[in-house]
Design a binder for this molecule. Structure first.
Ligand code: HEM
Length: 276
């Protein structure tokens, strides 16, 4: 039923755009162009991160289901990930009250600076501690526990003096969660410590150890949007409420096994107390 809904919704949008010659600078338009082989690599500004064009244009005979599945990845990849990370962040803030207090101080300093004016995109973007808290949440609870790649050419990987020969077509899994919880890369990995991402400590972090949004040209397409969405949500949530643990809060949380992404087995429970 969900599949039929997606098929039909995408079909209607495509039909309306074709019939009425509607052009919007969005994913559907890019996919329509790719389907019709009208995209050429380099049509887009590299800075805009529309960098999958070369690969998309290799796919000459798209079925409607190919089209729909691209749209489905966009929708579902951007929903559970954001809600789960926001839930884990609320959980960690309820448990780690000192972090919540420090984050609220940063929020209040922005509100004071603004003096009743609307808070802007730039304000949220400038918040260093908020960024640290969210990055630490993404480290401890990465939604993709591994990322995968297919080898496009043979390659010898040197692992601790042992050579692993990869063939074209081999799939490799890069274990993001184990890396994020490995004390060689993050000391006391079970501790929720946003200060490990303080600007003066960032240089101590190794390269390629934080994989919450993946890596390289196939890095999460929605990462900046997701960060801004979650930061904005917490800006206002902490302005209005105090988050505290409830009788049902489970810490450390037990994870469910039904999904491939980490989520708390019995749900996320905490108290919201309205601030004066
Ligand atoms: C906290 C939220 C999110 C997390 C943790 C997350 C994480 C990821 C990860 C790990 C990948 C794989 C990257 C790789 O293989 O290197 C990915 C891919 C992707 N994500 Fe996200 N994501 C989030 C939010 C979003 C949102 C909001 C959108 C859409 C608006 C989105 C759209 C995509 C798409 C389209 C891909 C595939 C990119 C490609 O293959 O070129 N994601 N995401």
């Amino acid at each position: 039923m969900t599949t039929d809904f997606m098929r039909e919704a995408v079909r209607i949008v495509i039909e309306q755009r074709e019939k009425n010659n509607v052009v919007r600078p969005d994913l559907i338009h890019l996919l329509m162009q790719a389907r019709d082989q009208k995209l050429k690599f380099g049509d887009f500004d590299r800075e805009s991160e529309v960098n999958t064009v070369e690969e998309v244009s290799y796919t000459p005979n798209w079925t409607h289901d190919d089209f729909v599945s691209q749209c489905a990845v966009f929708v579902f990849g951007g929903l559970d990930t954001v809600t789960n990370i926001a839930s884990f962040m609320a959980h960690e803030l309820a448990i780690n009250q000192h972090v919540q207090v420090k984050l609220r101080e940063e929020i209040e300093s922005i509100l004071n600076d603004r003096d009743g004016q609307s808070v802007t995109y730039e304000d949220i973007h400038s918040m260093v501690y908020l960024d640290q808290v969210l990055t630490e949440t993404l480290r401890k609870w990465p939604q993709a526990i591994f990322i995968d790649r297919v080898c496009t050419k043979p390659y010898d990987l040197n692992v601790d003096g042992r050579v692993i020969s990869l063939k074209q077509g081999d799939t490799i899994w890069i274990p993001a969660l184990p890396m994020h919880r490995d004390p060689r890369y993050f000391s006391d990995p079970e501790v929720f410590d946003p200060d490990r991402f303080a600007p003066d400590r960032r240089d101590d972090l190794g390269d390629f150890v934080l994989m919450a949004f993946g890596i390289g040209p196939r890095l999460c397409l929605g990462n900046r949007f997701a960060l801004m969405e979650i930061k904005t949500m917490f800006f206002w949530l902490l302005t209005k409420f105090e988050l505290t643990r409830s009788d049902k809060t489970q810490h450390p949380p037990k994870l469910g096994k039904s999904l491939m992404i980490p989520e708390v087995k019995d749900g996320y429970w905490l108290n919201l107390k309205l601030r004066k």
